[in-house]
Write a protein that binds this ligand. Structure first.
Ligand code: ZN
Length: 423
């Protein structure tokens, strides 16, 4: 906790977004006391509050802090060379922890105040979560972390960097119960990855519907939700029917699965970023023109289903898969926002997915900026809603003036520590 932020202060902005709705025709004065939003008043009361001795911050726009609903903090997305990426993973644990800390700080520099880590085999995500909550100087510049800890996968199948092996029903139930003690959510590796040359998910799902239901049931009994790495029609049908908390990636989505998701309250984190990177930088992987065509088709199909999901009322989250090749922590959040806008979602719907929808999905009882809610927010120089293009909206979101991260007790201030990257 940084004691330089007074317990009581005020923010004056011409307009703001509460996580669901825009509030225009300001100015507005937002008084914060002991980490909570104490009052939101029409008009600029900054001078009067300053006379009372309160610090007053001014900016062009206030909104909830961004939530990256899917990242791997211990992975570094910047290197695109396969050899460098493999070497990163071979580093000793303390180096990987340093890398995760740097990733988290870089996300915060880009306005991300909450990261859901989607798995690492060392449980580094749980450690960074604890540091962020520690209230010590180690927490400086960190976002809060919601952690998938170590996930579960089928032996000899995809996902060893983020999950432990399970086999029969007994081992599934035992592992899920054990992991639920440490992890905020249980991550399930339900399918493999996309074969981009084939333009499809070519392997069978790692778990049957009955096994997926067992995972969901066991996690629920331990008070935890679930999220599934899942792409391809077969796996998606299982995840939706089993009532997994959220489907991650979800490439090769279809209408029937989206309808089941809407009915079962299954959320979706589409993670355009890693596929978009490989489409826009085919040389990084050496993709053929035909495979680049597959990537484009997959992305267009994904964008179409994102719009359909929105129409059908599926809860949309927004996550980057940062740590994947070419997907940098924090910076990718702005790219993923741009993908949603390019897909045809409004800025309101996109920012809701990137803020309050995720907090609500994670069980936050106060997911929007409102009187009585903890201050977890992003102060910008200007409104992304006043921009003439998607790119201009993204430019307005980039480089926040200040961020406040909600803590258990009170918000902490967020000038960036000197060693952190800028967004
Ligand atoms: Zn991932």
């Amino acid at each position: 906790m940084n004691n330089s932020t007074p317990a009581e202060f005020a923010l004056v902005v011409p307009n703001w977004f509460d996580g669901e709705r825009r509030h225009r025709d300001g100015p507005f004065t937002i008084r914060v006391n002991d980490g909570l939003v104490a009052e939101i008043a029409a008009g600029d009361h900054g001078a009067a509050l300053e006379r009372r001795g309160l610090a007053v911050e001014r900016g062009g726009f206030l909104m909830p802090g961004l939530v990256d609903a899917h990242a791997h903090l211990f992975l570094d997305g910047a290197p695109t060379d396969a050899k460098l990426r493999a070497e990163h993973l071979k580093q000793p644990l303390d180096k990987l922890i340093d890398a995760a800390r740097a990733s988290a700080r870089q996300a915060r520099a880009c306005g991300v105040t909450l990261v859901r880590d989607a798995g690492d085999r060392h449980g580094i995500n749980n450690r960074i979560r604890a540091e962020a909550l520690s209230g010590t100087s180690a927490a400086g510049g960190l976002p809060r972390v919601r952690s998938g800890g170590l996930g579960v996968k089928r032996a000899r199948r995809y996902g060893a960097f983020m999950a432990t092996d399970v086999s029969d029903e007994e081992s599934i139930a035992q592992s899920v119960t054990r992991l639920a003690a440490d992890n905020d959510e249980i991550k399930v590796i339900l399918t493999g990855i996309i074969d981009f040359d084939a333009g499809a998910v070519t392997d069978a799902p790692q778990f049957t519907l009955a096994e997926a239901e067992l995972i969901v049931r066991t996690a629920r009994a331990a008070g935890r939700t679930t999220f599934a790495h899942c792409s391809g029609e077969q796996g998606l049908a299982i995840a939706a029917a089993a009532g997994i908390g959220s489907i991650e990636h979800g490439f090769f989505m279809n209408r029937a699965t989206l309808e089941t998701m809407a009915a079962n309250g299954v959320a979706w984190t589409p993670t355009f970023c890693p596929v978009h990177f490989q489409w826009s930088h085919p040389e990084a992987v050496g993709w053929s023109p035909q495979t680049v065509g597959n990537l484009r088709r997959i992305l267009d199909d994904h964008a179409r289903h994102l719009r359909l999901a929105h129409e059908l009322g599926v809860t949309l989250l927004l996550g980057t898969d940062a740590g994947s090749m070419g997907v940098e922590h924090g910076r990718a959040m702005l790219e993923e926002i741009e993908r949603y806008l390019d897909a045809g979602l409004t800025l309101d719907a996109t920012l809701k997915a990137a803020t309050s929808a995720a907090r609500r999905h994670f069980g936050d009882a106060r997911p929007t900026l409102a009187v009585g809610a903890p201050l977890d927010a992003l102060l910008l120089a200007r409104s992304p809603f006043d921009a003439a293009s998607h790119a201009a909206s993204i430019a307005a979101l980039r480089a926040p003036l200040k961020t406040w991260v909600r803590e258990a007790e009170r918000a902490t201030p967020g000038r960036l520590p000197p060693d952190s990257d800028n967004c």
